[in-house]
Design a protein. Structure first.
Length: 391
């Protein structure tokens, strides 16, 4: 009889819905070992029940403590089979631990090209993937000179960053000076500004790199614009993935050798219909987006990820039966319709609503609504009803 797989999950308690990955793995017979800096007595009961065991460290950023903890896990359970977090913040930590403990997955030798935007861009450019011009800039003078070469406006953002944190748009040299006065002290990449709709190619691959699920999502605004203007956002899944986007997405899966992982690739769609690669992410999209994929297909990706991890098989049928949409609202914005009016008007399509964790609110809203419809125009009308401004 085969021994159960030993799977270490970093920070299994955050975000809130991530315990469901652990729960399904445990139900399928895996040893699911949580490793985090949340004191054990603070873990919510449903998180504790989803884990086989839990190892606590005082700080997940102290790598030596993680190595000692994984050594203790190996002593108690045997060889570690997988180390995952499903979280952008811990991708480099995962890779280092996999390298040190010889665990399947992304390791130190390939982590740079999926974390550094400048390294992603090198892969794009070397393989004919359309992308924005960009350059890492190390001084104010270099930034101004590069911006003048590219032409304004330009975008400045950390070469390694999550979401749109510390990301800025500059229309002239004076604004670049202001940005350099307040930006974080990390390497920044300067890119030409691309005008277009933000869209994504998302999914999950099996152990050989074959996508077992893929879909596409379109956004009302870019996260940078939403964060910097403190505006709201809506986005929704498509029932049919545009062929050109699918072709680019499939090529990126091969170029970055995406195996047994969720992926979230972001693109601009220009007004002429062309796609331009923005960046790749080797984790599920943020917020409740995985829930939206589940609603759009009437399956459970949390469970199917477990099937892929343990058995290299995706059991569900991908139907894309519905468009599923998200609308966020912010407390400082005056809206035409009250929550009660929204629930009354949209109740037949409503699947989920509630308050977001404070860490996500700047980008995604204080309160959110998730709806679905087989008709794209109908769903858009509902999303716009929710976000309609006060007269």
């Amino acid at each position: 009889m085969a021994l159960p797989m030993n799977i270490v999950l970093l920070s299994p308690h955050f975000p809130d819905q991530h315990f469901r990955y652990a729960w399904h793995l445990k139900q399928m017979g895996a040893n699911v070992i949580g490793l985090a800096d949340e004191p054990p007595h603070f873990l919510k009961p449903h998180v504790r029940e989803a884990l086989t065991d839990y190892f606590w460290v005082s700080n997940l950023d102290i790598y030596e403590d993680l190595v000692r903890a994984c050594g203790q896990i190996t002593y108690e359970y045997g060889k570690i089979d997988r180390i995952e977090s499903l979280n952008e913040h811990w991708l480099e930590t995962e890779a280092a631990l996999r390298t040190d403990f010889n665990v399947f997955g992304i390791k130190n030798d390939t982590i740079a090209q999926i974390k550094k935007k400048s390294e992603m861009k090198k892969v794009f450019q070397a393989n004919g993937i359309p992308c924005a011009k960009g350059k890492v800039v190390y001084s104010l003078d270099e930034a101004v000179q590069t911006a003048e070469q590219f032409g304004y406006p330009v975008v400045l953002k950390p070469d390694i960053g999550v979401g749109a944190n510390h990301t800025y748009k500059a229309h002239n040299a004076e604004e670049i000076i202001e940005i350099f006065a307040k930006k974080s002290n990390v390497p920044y990449i300067l890119e030409e500004f691309i005008s277009g709709q933000i869209c994504s190619f998302d999914g999950l691959t099996d152990r050989s790199g074959t996508p077992v699920f893929y879909t596409s999502t379109v956004y009302s605004s870019g996260v940078m614009e939403v964060v910097n203007s403190n505006d709201h956002i809506y986005y929704y899944t498509l029932r049919n993935v545009p062929p050109d986007l699918k072709e680019l997405g499939m090529k990126l899966l091969q170029l970055f050798d995406v195996r047994e992982r969720f992926f979230h690739f972001e693109f601009f769609k220009r007004s002429n219909g062309d796609y331009v690669a923005l960046e790749i992410n080797m984790r599920p999209p943020g917020g409740p987006t995985v829930d939206m994929f589940n609603y759009a297909n009437d399956f459970d990706l949390f469970r199917e990820w477990g099937h892929v991890m343990l058995h290299n098989h995706f059991n569900a049928q991908v139907t894309r039966r519905y468009h599923c949409g998200y609308a966020g609202r912010k407390n400082h914005i005056a809206y035409r319709h009250s929550h009660a009016q929204i629930m009354d008007a949209c109740g037949a399509w409503m699947l989920q609503e509630g308050q977001l964790s404070p860490i996500f609110r700047r980008a995604m809203g204080d309160h959110y609504y998730i709806l679905r419809s087989a008709d794209e125009a109908e769903l858009l009308e509902l999303l716009q009803f929710i976000q309609a401004p006060a007269d």
